[in-house]
Design a protein around this ligand. Sequence first.
Ligand code: HEC
Ligand code: HEC
Ligand code: HEC
Ligand code: HEC
Ligand code: HEC
Length: 179
Amino acid sequence: MAKGKSCLVLPFLFGLVGALIVGWWLFPELLYSKKTQPIRFSHKVHVEDQGMSCDECHSYREDGSFAGIPTTEQCAECHSEVQGDDPAEKKFVEEYVEKGKEVPWLIYQKQPDNVFFSHIAHKGIKCTTCHPDVGHMDTPPVYYEDRISGYSKQTMKMWQCERCHARRGASNACYVCHK
Ligand code: HEC
Ligand code: HEC
Ligand code: HEC
Ligand code: HEC
Ligand code: HEC
């Protein structure tokens, strides 16, 4: 009796384990390709060691639009020459500052073109409500690119925007976010 039962249980377990491997490990591996930032920029070094505030680098322009990530020229105020012995800084100075090139940073939260998002409309909401705590990380997180759509896996989904808008009494009319 007991022997007959285990004959059925074992193939079932193998099948289950196989399905879990495909579903949880192989499928995401196939769907997303991993990318790393062109420069291993450490927020920790700048924010904690150098005491810089977020808005020294992520500021608003005069018209209220969000400037995003600083240009190479802004970074060059401190990095016109290599100042330490970190290989990432050397690479940054030699490949971008000296050649006057912008770094093609990967934007984890990048939204599709048909979505309108404004940081100033969300002023007062903590950065970490919508972003992982990138501002204190020593190594930038891995970037996962959806191989089919080309978008970042970390992009905020529509339901996440709408859930907060509903809770806080902001509008959920389509035209608010889709122009
Ligand atoms: C010295 C300039 C500098 C300072 C100061 C700085 N950042 Fe950044 N930040 C960057 C650069 C460069 C990137 C792009 C590389 C990366 O994602 O690590 C970035 C990326 C980010 C991103 C990722 C956005 C996305 O979706 O890709 C977030 C979130 C962020 N910073 C938050 C913060 C916060 C919060 C602080 C303050 C605690 C801060 N930063 C201070 C330069 C800076
Ligand atoms: C206010 C001055 C200042 C600004 C502005 C600044 N940095 Fe730095 N950065 C420093 C200092 C100081 C260090 C530490 C140098 C050392 O001793 O290795 C550093 C270290 C680095 C390093 C090596 C350590 C690490 O992994 O972060 C990189 C790469 C770097 N900076 C890139 C940037 C980029 C890119 C920008 C613009 C987004 C920027 N820095 C803006 C002062 C600055
Ligand atoms: C209500 C949610 C929300 C809050 C709060 C928020 N962000 Fe963002 N952030 C986003 C979204 C969404 C994007 C992508 C926008 C796009 O692609 O049009 C983004 C993009 C960014 C980027 C990349 C900009 C670029 O060049 O494309 C940086 C840097 C950033 N945020 C930093 C911050 C910082 C620093 C704070 C806090 C002061 C903050 N964010 C607060 C949702 C938020
Ligand atoms: C954590 C809460 C929260 C999240 C998440 C959030 N929002 Fe908002 N959003 C608000 C609030 C609150 C307001 C209203 C601000 C006001 O009226 O002053 C607002 C306002 C806006 C406005 C301006 C509306 C107007 O009439 O000026 C736009 C556009 C917008 N959000 C788009 C988005 C998009 C797109 C996302 C997702 C990528 C998003 N929001 C995620 C809380 C949020
Ligand atoms: C609060 C902001 C917000 C509102 C309101 C909103 N959307 Fe979106 N929508 C987004 C964001 C962000 C995305 C991109 C991320 C995603 O695909 O979830 C998106 C994506 C979409 C997409 C593409 C989906 C896909 O998978 O490619 C469609 C279609 C869409 N929205 C239709 C609508 C319609 C119709 C309404 C009104 C009933 C609406 N949206 C209201 C933020 C919003």
